[in-house]
Design a protein around this ligand. Structure first.
Ligand SMILES: CC(=O)Nc1cnc2ccccc2c1
Length: 446
């Protein structure tokens, strides 16, 4: 990067001379590795996406929360071998405290819920949109930050909560023009795995770690999975049983394996029935291979996928009834999802569903005579008070420049003041749609 900076310095000698006579080397103008800038054009798309996140959360009666990007490291140091923990963006702060940039929002949410204790009336339905971080050593060049939308329900034991969350995500997809033909949800329950492991008397302490390994089943060769499960004292015959169970694609198949009185079967049947009530059944399919990679899930888990199968999971979530006790608190039933800002944008691009979001203002105001600038400012203030977005040309410009600017900012009106107009306390208003030009008294202007 240094040589690039040097060469660009040669090309672009700064117009304003630096304080010292020596030429200032141009700083690296790129954002830190793995991070993004959001100049206005990108920021408009991000704002558009986040506004849909917020509107769906409002439709479902959820309240917005946030927490610091910086957290105590202990919030995330789970010991189940998760990738997200292995890539923690952690360090010693200047007080020697172990801190980390949050890799997800859920632990911070759990910490706040715990901090409120009995003071919090349940159920708590909270949503957040926050930047999350990871630090990958490999030069895979993957992003080190992304924004995640989370919706979580604390205090509801039944799968009614999961059904609400799935309905919220479907509502979001539908608002963007995506249908059940574009996107589907794979739904399962970790209680399936819990039952299977129980049959091989695998100690429950290994459950989270086994789930984390099993989640990698499509990313690692079978012998690697067997090796990692073996390290968790899961014998080969159990591995075979687990892998077989994960191939199940129907609830009847699941019932044959686990029996009709299995929790997993009962709750999944209920979930699909509730989903049908929302009219979202055709978005969902049971798929036992869905485990998700976070250690703390304990029940229903789900992920949204693009049916063309080109992209990584669009979002994911599930039930995590025991997270608070891992922080020393009393357990409260909870479930939620995380929805990243990257895959969804790739999918919308693929489907030609990205909106065209130009920068627009209502009015451009310009004076032909610097003497009239104070009066022009009074016109700007009046229009802005009435809610119009006004671009005030702040320097003396030729009309050629002004017309170019008007095009750039997509204005509806060009409002010009000169000594003649000022003398009558009027302005010239040019409607840029009809090209019609009228003289309007400032007192009548809206
Ligand atoms: C596709 C993508 O940007 N993924 C991504 C990017 N940054 C992250 C940062 C923290 C946790 C997960 C992350 C995931």
């Amino acid at each position: 990067r240094a040589e690039k900076a040097a060469s660009s310095t040669a090309l672009k000698t700064p117009s304003v001379s630096a304080p010292s006579s020596k030429k200032q080397a141009l700083i690296d103008t790129q954002p830190p590795r793995g991070t993004r800038d959001f100049p206005p054009e990108e920021m408009r798309l991000r704002t558009w996406l986040f506004n849909h996140f917020r509107e769906v959360s409002r439709l479902f009666g959820f309240e917005e929360f946030d927490a610091p990007v910086l957290e105590s490291e202990e919030l995330f140091t789970r010991k189940a071998g998760e990738e997200i923990v292995g890539q923690l963006y952690n360090f010693d702060d200047k007080g020697g405290r172990r801190v980390a940039l949050r890799p997800e929002l859920t632990p911070s949410l759990a910490r706040i819920i715990l901090s409120k204790g009995k003071g919090l009336s349940l159920p708590a339905k909270w949503f957040g949109i926050g930047q999350c971080w990871r630090y990958e050593r490999t030069t895979r060049g993957r992003r080190r930050e992304h924004y995640q939308w989370n919706m979580d329900v604390f205090g509801v034991q039944g799968v009614e909560a999961e059904a609400e969350l799935l309905s919220a995500i479907v509502t979001f997809f539908s608002r963007l023009g995506l249908t059940a033909k574009d996107v589907g949800f794979r739904v399962s329950s970790r209680k399936l795995l819990q039952d299977v492991l129980g049959r091989y008397s695998i100690p429950s302490e290994s459950f989270a770690s086994v789930c984390v390994v099993v989640d990698k089943i499509d990313k690692l060769p079978r012998e690697e999975i067997e090796k990692e499960l073996g390290a968790l004292s899961v014998p080969p015959e159990a591995v075979t049983g687990i892998l077989q169970a994960l191939t199940l694609k129907s609830l009847s198949g699941l019932e044959d394996l686990l029996g009709a009185d299995s929790d997993a079967v009962r709750e999944l049947k209920q979930l699909f029935a509730l989903a049908d009530g929302y009219g979202i059944a055709d978005w969902l399919q049971f798929d036992a291979s869905v485990v998700r990679g976070l250690a703390y899930y304990t029940g229903v888990v789900f992920e949204a996928f693009d049916r063309e199968g080109k992209l990584r999971a669009i979002c994911g979530g599930g039930r995590y009834d025991k997270l608070l006790s891992t922080f020393g608190g009393d357990d409260t039933p909870a479930c939620g999802f995380g929805f990243g800002d990257a895959v969804i944008v790739e999918l919308l691009k693929e489907r030609g569903l990205l909106p065209d979001l130009p920068h627009v203002v209502d009015d451009v105001l310009v004076t032909l005579d610097e003497e009239c600038r104070p009066m022009l400012n009074s016109v700007a203030a009046k229009l802005r008070a009435a809610g119009r977005s006004v671009e005030l040309v702040l320097e003396s410009k030729k009309m050629k420049w002004v017309f170019k600017r008007v095009e750039q900012v997509g204005a509806s009106r060009l409002i010009v003041i000169g000594s003649d107009e000022a003398a009558q306390e009027a302005v010239k208003v040019k409607d840029l749609a009809t090209r019609e030009e009228t003289l309007v008294m400032i007192k009548d202007l809206v």
